[in-house]
Design a binder for this molecule. Structure first.
Ligand code: CO
Length: 175
């Protein structure tokens, strides 16, 4: 398991690097990311959230083994429609807000064997994918929050900012 990096750690704002080669190191990161995502009861996780600035996303909208997916160098190539719904993020404990997203997306990526992968998604899965692909570009869900939600989460964000660098996550070695 890996430590989840929380807001406002600057790594979450960095544009993550492309994966040049899918090797054992990448496979190891993916395995640890999946463990970490399940342990956190998340439906998706991007590598910057575990302190690795690489373009890797894992997701599983149902928690069933058959629905587990890995996206290497994901690219959002089509999006249409609009929807608004609540989101949370493992890097923002206790923060939830309403986010506008496209309702239909198409994403191109590679799988862990280097095969081309095309994922089309609507509704909930489209939301998860847009959230995670945003992460590898350094975009966070607070950037896309409705004005109303932004006001509601302001205090929670301030608390995260104030505890950054002296929170329990700085203890390390715990997970
Ligand atoms: Co997130």
């Amino acid at each position: 398991m890996l430590n989840i990096i929380t807001y406002p750690d600057p790594i979450l704002r960095r544009r993550a690097e492309e994966i040049e080669e899918i090797n054992d190191a990448v496979r190891e990161v993916v395995a640890r990311m999946l463990e970490t995502m399940y342990a956190g009861h998340g439906v998706g996780l991007a590598a910057p959230q575990v302190g690795i600035s690489k373009r890797i996303v894992v997701f599983n909208p149902t928690g069933e083994a058959a629905d587990e997916r890995v996206l290497i160098n994901p690219k959002l190539v089509e999006h249409r429609g609009a929807m608004e719904g609540e989101e949370g993020c493992l890097s923002f404990p206790e923060v939830y807000g309403m986010i506008r997203r496209s309702s239909h997306v198409k994403i191109l990526a590679y799988d862990l064997d280097g095969n081309d992968l095309e994922v089309t998604a609507t509704d909930f899965l489209a939301r998860v994918l847009q959230h995670e692909v945003d992460h590898v570009d350094g975009t966070l869900f607070i950037d896309r929050m409705t004005a109303e939600s932004r006001v509601r989460v302001r205090e929670a964000l301030k608390a995260l900012e104030e505890s950054f660098g002296r929170g329990p996550e700085e203890g390390g070695g715990k997970s």
